[in-house]
Design a protein around this ligand. Structure first.
Ligand code: HEM
Ligand SMILES: *[C@@H]1O[C@H](CO)[C@@H](O)[C@H](O)[C@H]1NC(C)=O
Ligand SMILES: *[C@@H]1O[C@H](CO)[C@@H](O)[C@H](O)[C@H]1NC(C)=O
Ligand SMILES: *[C@@H]1O[C@H](CO)[C@@H](O)[C@H](O)[C@H]1NC(C)=O
Length: 313
């Protein structure tokens, strides 16, 4: 009962208010989307890791206080912000949002929220990597609160299927959304610390997680030879880590995915059948990804249009 009540509370807390629309800036800032797209394309020319960073940043934003740009705020004084909280290592490319915001402030000052910039940039990052496109509903407001301690609300890479389900359903997201959006792991990089649990002292019986394909596990151990290894070491989550494709699902079926939470998608009949479906049809994956991104990015939460995405007004 308490759990039910608290999930209802979280749900209403995250989704109250703001209604979004695709043509939100049509009159007030008609070039908003092309300005954001340019910032993403320009960044990607010099920094192949920017698209992955933007897709992940939007996910983190939406899972904490709704998609309100809280992930973009800098720590200040005594307040340590989300971006400086524990799972912060792979959050980067904040400069892309700054560049877009700067251009938007000169085209239409005070109009486009940072939360919207991030939602649009995540879509553009997907497209620039070869993934699907979709209309991004807009009209989000920016939040004024960002706390490092709240990053503990993010799902952890050690989560099993029931923990994942709980984390997602608290935000009104389904198991289909979970499987489709986990496909974001077709892009980007993971540090050893995010999967060390599987390759050193897994449990009292096994040193290495037996659900890892053995030669893949050996590769991970070569890169990450000890539990507390070099902070920078890690692996790409998919060999085609700058191309948005359905390889991730094929890797799940081969037991060659880095996180326990990725492998966990095989542990319920429903999620397992979706993994097989997306592994055999990139079209089905692309459609589902676009649909679920719209759903996740419609969890709103803020109050203002920030002038500087790193600082509350
Ligand atoms: C299902 C729950 C999820 C968990 C537990 C999870 C966990 C993680 C972890 C641990 C990393 C690596 C961090 C590091 O070591 O540097 C990572 C990277 C990443 N995640 Fe997820 N993630 C989840 C869902 C998502 C979703 C929904 C998306 C987007 C749709 C996403 C997109 C990414 C991307 C693109 C990266 C690579 C970032 C980069 O290279 O900069 N993840 N994720
Ligand atoms: C990440 O968080 C840790 C604290 O958990 C902090 O010491 C570190 O400076 C942060 N790193 C970045 C890049 O913000
Ligand atoms: C998942 O993990 C939680 C917390 O460790 C545990 O209570 C639960 O039994 C696990 N569920 C499954 C299906 O393994
Ligand atoms: C260790 O993990 C394996 C595979 O997940 C499991 O079957 C086994 O029960 C676990 N052993 C202990 C002692 O937890």
């Amino acid at each position: 009962m308490a759990a039910l009540l608290s999930s209802l509370l979280i749900l209403s807390f995250f989704s109250l208010g703001t209604s979004l629309s695709s043509n939100y800036y049509q009159k007030t800032c008609p070039n908003a989307e092309s300005i954001i797209k340019k910032a993403v394309i320009d960044a990607t020319k010099n920094d192949k890791t920017a698209p992955a960073a933007l897709v992940r940043m939007h996910f983190h934003d939406c899972f904490i206080r709704g998609c309100d740009g809280s992930v973009l705020i800098n720590s200040k004084g005594k307040n340590t912000a989300e971006k400086d909280g524990p799972p912060n290592k792979s959050l980067h490319a904040f400069y892309v949002i700054d560049n877009a915001k700067k251009a938007l402030e000169s085209a239409c000052p005070g109009v486009v929220s940072c939360a919207d910039i991030l939602a649009v940039a995540a879509r553009d990052a997907t497209v620039v990597s070869g993934g699907p496109s979709w209309d991004v509903p807009k009209g989000r407001k920016d939040g004024r609160i960002s706390r490092a301690s709240e990053t503990s609300q993010l799902p952890a890479p050690t989560f099993n299927i029931s923990q994942l389900q709980q984390s997602w359903s608290q935000r009104g997201l389904s198991m289909e959304d979970l499987v489709a959006l986990s496909g974001g792991h077709t892009l980007g990089f993971s540090h050893c610390s995010s999967f060390n649990n599987r390759i050193h002292n897994f449990n009292s019986t096994f040193d290495i997680d037996p659900s890892l394909q053995p030669s893949f596990a050996a590769t991970l151990r070569r890169v990450c030879p000890a539990r507390n290894n070099a902070k920078k070491a890690g692996v790409t989550m998919d060999p085609s880590s700058t191309t948005f494709d359905n390889t991730y699902y094929k890797l799940i079926l081969q037991n060659k995915v880095v996180f326990s939470s990725d492998n966990a998608l095989l542990n319920s009949p429903k999620t397992k059948s979706l993994v097989s479906k997306f592994a055999s049809s990139s079209d089905a994956f692309f459609k589902a990804f676009a649909k679920s991104m719209i759903k996740m990015s419609s969890i709103t939460g803020g109050q203002e249009i920030r002038k500087d995405c790193r600082v509350v007004n």
